[in-house]
Design a binder for this molecule. Structure first.
Ligand SMILES: Cc1ncc(COP(=O)(O)O)c(C=O)c1O
Length: 398
């Protein structure tokens, strides 16, 4: 009896997977998991065809920087390819501590902890601190890793309208709560390219005694002095208690960080399941991130070029009359409003040599189906012109 029940349940799970797979095949166009067969900077090859990458998060274009590549190679030769264990037990190395010190000092924080993925860092930036009985005020559009951190914490969540201090004020007022409170937002919203209205949001958080967490995966390297991020851009270090982010964007590596006061980070080190039960970031990844951090400070031209490219690209999109959802940063969506229009636009761009990423509901709000594009410091003027021509043609084909 027990055996047949198990079998029925197991078959139900298998049927769920089968249905999902069949749906994807029926939809024919499922342009995800496309494997590139070559890359150098913003040049990629897909199915043997040369394309311009217009969807990478390598904002500063450092992933092929000679100093960054050399640092990763050197670290692998010296330390091997993996730490093969968690920081708390057998995986900790002096290069982890060095990277953490450099990141903390760059961000104007006492301490920092590095995880093997940004997703893990941002989850633990909430999950390590919030508990059942606490309340978390979260922007409706935050990244999945922050939602997972919230779920993991078992705290009560109160959502407020995207980037709306007025709504946050209303939500806080109606959710009278005696226990610890948190504010969770992104510095730069990855899909929309919006900069968080941190001055107003943190002021409400302060009035209500909230612990504030900012995920700055897309602001780090892009905003603030030398790319110190959104919190630095607004001069709000005192008002934000924890900043988390990713090493896989401007830092041209893989991994993530959480930065804050010494006590807060020491608490995280012993309470973050994402570090206690997961292997440490590898030598090559840590070295690449540290080298990128050094390049960010010694070669300001990359940040300057990023913003010059962003201005040029944005002006071109405006001239074409495309809806960029009010993006203020190098992460620029092109809102097309339906999955058919998105697919047509995406496909024409691909045929014309430009690689972008589709994002359709429910990944974005209904009616906001879009193509996500991101400009990099490495795009050349000629590439931006070619992108413009491809977009003008794709628009005609819509
Ligand atoms: C806002 C935000 N936070 C965190 C992450 C996770 O970073 P990673 O890709 O390094 O795991 C991402 C990734 O896209 C992101 O966009």
């Amino acid at each position: 009896m027990a055996l047949s029940l198990f079998s029925k349940n197991k078959n139900a799970v298998l049927a769920r997977c089968r249905d999902d797979y069949a749906t994807r095949i029926r939809l024919k166009y499922a342009p995800y998991y496309l494997a590139m067969d070559g890359q150098h900077g913003t040049h990629i090859r897909l199915d043997g065809k040369d394309l311009i990458m217009l969807a990478s998060n390598d904002y500063l274009g450092l992933s092929f920087h000679p100093k960054v590549v050399e640092a990763a190679q050197h670290a692998a030769r010296k330390w091997g390819t993996s730490t093969n264990g968690a920081r708390i037990s057998n995986g900790s190395r002096t290069f982890h501590l060095q990277l953490e010190e450099k990141l903390a000092s760059f961000l104007g924080r006492e301490a920092c902890h590095v995880h093997a993925a940004g997703y893990l860092s941002c989850m633990s930036a909430i999950g390590s601190f919030a508990q059942k009985g606490d309340v978390i005020f979260a922007d409706k559009n935050i990244h999945s890793c922050l939602w997972d951190g919230i779920r993991l914490s078992m705290a009560t969540v109160e959502r407020f309208s995207h980037n709306s201090p007025d709504d946050l004020r209303d939500v806080v007022a109606t959710a009278q709560h005696p226990g610890p409170k948190f504010l969770v937002v992104e510095g730069v919203y990855s899909m929309e390219g919006h900069i968080a209205r941190l001055p107003e949001l943190t002021s409400i958080a302060e009035e209500n005694d909230c612990f504030t967490v900012v995920d700055d995966a897309h602001g780090f390297g892009v905003l603030g002095r030398q790319g110190r991020g959104t919190v630095d851009h607004f001069g709000l270090n005192e008002q934000v208690h924890v900043v988390c982010g990713s090493l896989s964007k401007s830092l041209a590596s893989t991994g993530g960080f959480v930065a804050g006061s010494r006590e807060v980070i020491e608490y995280l080190r012993t309470n973050s399941k994402q570090t206690i039960f997961s292997a440490a970031i590898s030598p090559g990844q840590a070295a690449a991130a540290q080298a990128s951090l050094e390049v960010m400070q010694s070669e300001p031209e990359h940040l300057a070029r990023l913003w010059a490219n962003t201005a040029k690209y944005r002006a071109m999109l405006k001239e074409l009359g495309l809806d960029t959802w009010g993006s203020e940063t190098p992460a620029i969506p092109i809102v097309l409003g339906s999955k058919e229009r998105v697919y047509s636009f995406w496909r024409t761009l691909l045929d014309r040599g430009v690689f972008t990423v589709m994002s359709i509901a429910p990944a974005v709000p209904a009616g906001k189906d879009l193509i996500r594009t991101a400009i990099s410091a490495q795009h050349t003027d000629e590439q931006i012109e070619r992108i413009g021509e491809a977009m003008a043609y794709a628009l005609k084909r819509l």
